[in-house]
Write a protein that binds this ligand. Structure first.
Ligand code: HEM
Length: 198
């Protein structure tokens, strides 16, 4: 019974992860239209014109909530089932505290980012982004958030591949390349604005 519940948690965690990853791909691609200001403005005028952006925000909030809640439950169940603590026999394991802190930082990054974008003047989105990334602190904060997101995606997708029995180097290299393209696409905007537009 307990193991069935854990399986259910794992499935809902994976499903929420898939929804968030799909959002991230679309979000990164729509952000890249920043390099074509007319397209960027047209897209975000449409996106913010009705309820779509609020529905997307609601969907993402639910997905993050399900994902985090399931992760906490799975972690607790694993800790209870484990007879010998990893730290005592595996000195290369990343410390659990470090993993927890990085996840807290990632969640903080997402909350800060959403608050910042909700406070943006939607009719001036293009200029709002330019304004935001004039600040070195903001550029560093976003790059740090993207770095932690990269580590998290890389690690969790490697686990998913392992669960699916896909252990080949090709599969892992493809996932690694996909994550790098996603994160690189996001990072281009703060870096470009800071280097070329300030
Ligand atoms: C440098 C990277 C990023 C830039 C330039 C950026 C830009 C934006 C902009 C302009 C908006 C507001 C869109 C609107 O007015 O409707 C937005 C919203 C949002 N972003 Fe990002 N974003 C970045 C990275 C991320 C990352 C890494 C995540 C998640 C881990 C994320 C999650 C969200 C969410 C949940 C929203 C609110 C929902 C929405 O309006 O789509 N963003 N972002």
């Amino acid at each position: 019974m307990a193991s069935q519940l854990i399986q259910l948690q794992k499935r809902s965690m994976a499903l929420a992860g898939v929804v968030m990853t799909a959002y991230l791909i679309v979000h990164m691609l729509s952000n890249l239209s920043f390099f074509w200001p007319d397209t960027f403005t047209k897209f975000y005028d449409w996106y913010n014109g009705g309820v779509i952006s609020w529905l997307v925000l609601l969907l993402m909030t639910i997905a993050v909530f399900i994902h985090v809640k399931a992760a906490i439950r799975i972690r607790k169940a694993n800790a209870q089932a484990r007879a010998v603590d990893y730290a005592k026999h595996d000195k290369f394991k990343i410390p659990a505290l470090f993993v927890t802190l990085s996840i807290i930082f990632l969640l903080t990054f997402i909350v800060v980012h959403v608050i910042q974008t909700v406070l943006f003047d939607n009719t001036e989105l293009y200029n709002e982004l330019i304004q935001l990334f004039q600040s070195e602190i903001m550029v560093l904060f976003y790059l740090a958030g993207l770095f932690v997101l990269m580590m998290h995606l890389q690690h969790s997708l490697a686990n998913v591949l392992q669960t699916l029995g896909k252990t080949s180097l090709t599969c892992h290299s493809l996932v690694w390349a996909g994550v790098m393209i996603l994160i690189g696409g996001f990072a281009l905007i703060p870096v470009y604005i800071y280097m070329a537009m300030s």
